[in-house]
Design a protein around this ligand. Structure first.
Ligand code: UD1
Length: 372
């Protein structure tokens, strides 16, 4: 009798979702929609790691997210400041709301901070996008991923390689559920709208005849010679087809600070634009001939869209985008980049379907949460 009562209470307790930065919003939105559809109580917490209108607000509108129930307003700072601020602000929220689950996504500082805070309060915590590993400890995200997975209770993985990484780290099988890639739920839902918007045409670009580039990793934009080398390679690529680069705030600041902003503006064929919202950016990517990026999510989106993707890093935590998708990890050496771009444009890589990246991942996430 008592156990039944406890179970009833647990079922009524809300699921608390944590979102923080641009790449989180498209991972949280499908879970919100699914919880709404099933009439299950939930709360959305925005840590405020990203706060600009074009890094946050536009995503709430585009992705039909409810206004956050709690906004922690942590803003920018050093890694320790950001992590600590999220922990300090989230702890009283969790104590007050006592959710049945805390759900964190991705690998940003807020993901780690929220996980540490929740598990220490003994609140069951689930990590969406668990098990990805770049094995590159220079990346702050790798530290966030490894520590989050070590302490979270339920690890919801996107692909088989992620399960293998977790098994190799000694995680018991009962903590792992492979659910697929939740971002692809968003992609499939909004692709028709995105194509109808005609973003490329609005920028004066012919569909299939331009490249899209994104760049924001500290390892690529914080070091003058590296950033200058990337610009040099882009200069060659932009002779063959226009390259559109929505500029991340970190990159904009680094270009200015390193004295490269003028040079970037003068590269013929390189179009620097403001960051775009989710639907506009999806539309721009979907009709591109080539993607150049150091982002994680864009490797996955290009793979599903069948657009060749060159990853400007030495490694990827998303190897399935190379084995089954359209991705090539090419680094940032100018010559390697130029050659890889020419090859990708001359012979478009074939993409195969990636298991469970089917637009139904949020349903499997909610099943996994409610089953426990
Ligand atoms: C963060 C994540 C990274 C993710 C990226 C996507 C970590 C460790 N990094 O990196 O994994 O790929 O978001 O964008 O969590 N800024 C603004 N407006 C904003 C947000 C940031 O101007 O809304 C500026 C600030 O000057 C800030 C800088 O951008 O110092 C970097 O922002 P931050 O959130 O610290 O890291 P990202 O580089 O965005």
């Amino acid at each position: 009798m008592e156990t039944e009562q406890k179970r009833g209470e647990a079922a009524r307790r809300e699921i608390l979702l944590v979102a923080a930065a641009r790449p989180n919003f498209m991972k949280v939105a499908p879970v919100c929609w699914e919880l709404q559809r099933r009439g299950l109580p939930f709360a959305l917490v925005h840590t405020g790691q990203h706060y600009d209108a074009n890094m946050s607000d536009v995503f709430f509108r585009d992705l039909e997210l409810p206004q956050p129930h709690e906004h922690l307003g942590v803003g920018s700072g050093t890694h320790a400041q950001q992590t600590a601020k999220v922990m300090l602000a989230l702890e009283p929220v969790l104590e007050r709301r006592r959710p049945g689950w805390v759900v964190v996504v991705g690998d940003v500082n807020s993901t780690l901070a929220a996980t540490l805070t929740a598990v220490k309060l003994r609140i069951p915590t689930a990590h969406v996008e668990a098990g990805l590993r770049s094995r590159d400890w220079e990346m702050p995200e790798e530290i966030n991923r490894v520590v989050t997975d070590r302490v979270a209770d339920l690890l919801l993985t996107p692909s088989e390689d992620a399960d293998r990484n977790l098994h190799a780290e000694g995680v018991p099988a009962r903590r792992i559920v492979r659910v697929g890639n939740v971002m692809i739920d968003c992609l499939r839902r909004y692709l028709p709208d995105a194509m109808a918007r005609g973003v490329a045409a609005g920028l004066g670009l012919a569909p299939g005849k331009y490249a899209v580039m994104t760049l924001h990793r500290p390892s690529n934009v914080d070091h003058g010679p590296t950033l200058a080398g990337i610009l040099e390679a882009v200069e060659t690529i932009a002779r063959r087809l226009p390259v559109v680069l929505p500029v991340h705030p970190r990159t904009r600041a680094r270009l200015e600070a390193l004295g490269l902003a003028g040079r970037a503006r003068e590269v013929p064929g390189l179009r620097l634009i403001e960051p775009l919202g989710y639907v506009d950016f999806l539309g721009l990517t979907a009709s591109a001939a080539l993607v150049l990026t150091d982002s994680g999510g864009l490797q996955e989106e290009s793979s599903v869209l069948g657009i060749p993707c060159l990853t400007l890093r030495e490694n990827t935590e998303r190897p399935v985008t190379v084995s089954l998708g359209t991705n090539r990890v090419v680094g940032v050496a100018p010559q390697a980049l130029r050659t890889a771009a020419a090859e990708a444009l001359d012979r478009r890589p074939a993409a195969r379907e990636i298991p469970l990246w089917d637009g139904r991942t949020a349903g499997r996430i909610v099943d996994a949460l409610t089953a426990r």
